[in-house]
Ligand binder design. Structure first.
Ligand SMILES: CC(=O)SCCNC(=O)CCNC(=O)[C@H](O)C(C)(C)COP(=O)(O)OP(=O)(O)OC[C@H]1O[C@@H](n2cnc3c(N)ncnc32)[C@H](O)[C@@H]1OP(=O)(O)O
Length: 413
């Protein structure tokens, strides 16, 4: 049976959406509203389908994404999403065909990396992706946490204000740009992202519940933090059992971050807080007088990164120390393979192809894992995934590549 893998055109969208629902085990019916929502948000030229006798049986799309790298610059990545293969057509190589086409096109376009959030851990390592950002979600037992429940707002001249969705559409994008410049791992949000999450254009398949929006303003009046949460308002035997669930919480100063958490953890009736996906080194548990009140409910790999242009990636980020490393990168797909000399220093870095002997040998996915500074080369070597070719190279790699704070990617895409 020959299966046609190709870029879709606009007339394929309803069938493509149906196939995606099927692969994600959602009811297959597709509404006109969903098709319009998708049409506004996707680039059909970067959207693939596999077709069996004209019927879509697999879906895949990518879009350009800006991801912040250590030091605050951003590189353009090809972000992959909506990957499905219908159960009738699985394990016949359809994902591999779509992935191969997309990675080669991304390389051709000059995108430095490809990124995705993996549904299951074992799927994407074979294509050269490595887990680069992890996330943790906590559930906080508020009475146990020990924060002062008499909290009446920041004592430093700052303030927390409740606002509405239109305010967030106005204030949120600029604030998020400041977050992007401050935290590596963060990815950009487009207008549709803000519209969908503030009720202006909610996703047609999700029931929209208006959340509470709060902003933190510093003493000088500038907005430096945003908190978006819902509350379920549950009572039992005249006692509140209310859980607040955080949809979004970020700040560009530690004062604002602490104030927003203290605000939420002091709201009357709230006895549990689900934090949403935080960096594993978030301020949160240690922000509580009793950090054990924060129970980990999720700790998992999140954003996977696949290097496509090693020099562009390594030159875009910063390094806390000086040193030279020759990396021998293996990539059976031939997209990023080579031997590269990284000459790094606090004032910048150069990375070029070289014939010098390698200091470290590693598969391209392991470079993806090391790139944002979250993982230790020494640990990957102990796992047998990175080879130290020159004594001391692992320690130097850790000194150069690791970052003081872990990367964070708060957004699912
Ligand atoms: C970025 C995102 O969108 S993540 C969402 C991914 N989608 C899903 O999880 C939805 C449900 N699953 C599916 O739709 C499909 O099973 C997919 C997309 C995961 C895989 O599609 P397939 O066409 O079956 O993959 P394909 O046949 O190309 O498999 C290639 C290899 O990966 C392996 N593989 C594929 N999926 C998985 C998996 N979930 N777990 C482990 N191995 C897997 C295959 O066994 C095969 O290995 P081999 O080369 O050693 O034989």
């Amino acid at each position: 049976m020959s299966l046609d893998v190709r870029a879709i055109d606009e007339s394929d969208l309803p069938d493509w959406c149906r196939a995606m629902h099927t692969g994600f085990l959602r009811p297959p019916a597709v509404t006109k509203e969903e098709v319009e929502f998708r049409r506004a948000g996707i680039d059909v030229e970067r959207t693939q389908g596999a077709f069996d006798d004209g019927r879509c049986v697999a879906t895949f799309r990518s879009f350009p994404q800006r991801i912040t790298v250590p030091g605050g610059a951003a590189v353009t990545a090809s972000a992959v999403s909506n990957v499905t293969v219908s159960p009738t057509h699985r394990r016949r190589g359809l994902l591999s065909r779509m992935m191969d086409r997309d990675l080669r096109a991304a390389k051709e376009r000059g995108e430095a990396a490809s990124t995705l959030i993996s549904a299951e851990y074992p799927i994407y390592g074979r294509y050269g992706y490595g887990p680069a950002v992890w996330v943790t979600e906590w559930e906080i037992d508020v009475p146990r946490a020990g924060l002062d429940r008499r909290y009446a707002g920041p004592a430093d001249g700052g303030r927390v204000d409740l606002v509405d969705g239109a305010d967030v559409r106005e204030l949120g994008p600029a604030l998020h740009e400041r977050l992007r410049a401050a935290r590596h791992g963060v990815v950009d949000r487009d207008t549709q992202w803000w519209q969908a999450r503030t009720g202006e254009m909610p996703h047609p398949n999700h029931t929209w519940t208006e959340p509470f929006y709060a902003v933190h303003r510093s003493a000088s009046g500038s907005v430096d933090g945003l908190l978006v949460y819902t509350a379920d308002d549950v009572w039992e035997a005249k006692l509140s059992q209310t859980t607040a669930t955080v949809r979004d919480c970020f700040a560009v100063t530690p004062d604002a971050e602490r104030a927003l958490w203290h605000f939420l953890l002091s709201v009357d009736w709230i006895i549990k807080v689900r934090t949403g996906l935080r960096a594993p080194d978030d301020l949160l548990p240690l922000l509580l007088p009793d950090p054990r009140a924060a129970r980990t409910v999720t700790h998992a790999d999140f954003l996977w990164l696949r290097p496509l242009d090693v020099p562009a990636l390594l030159q875009a980020r910063t390094y806390p120390a000086s040193g030279s490393l020759v990396l021998d990168v293996a990539d059976p797909a031939g997209l990023a393979a080579g031997r590269y000399l990284l000459e790094a220093g606090p004032d910048g870095a150069a990375c070029t192809a070289t014939t010098r002997p390698a200091d470290l040998s590693l598969p391209v996915g392991e470079l993806g894992t090391l790139y944002l500074g979250d993982e230790s080369a020494t640990r990957l070597a102990a796992l047998g995934r990175v080879t130290e070719e020159r004594p001391g190279a692992l320690a130097l790699a850790d000194t150069l590549l690791r970052t003081a704070r872990r990367p964070w990617c708060p957004d699912i895409f």
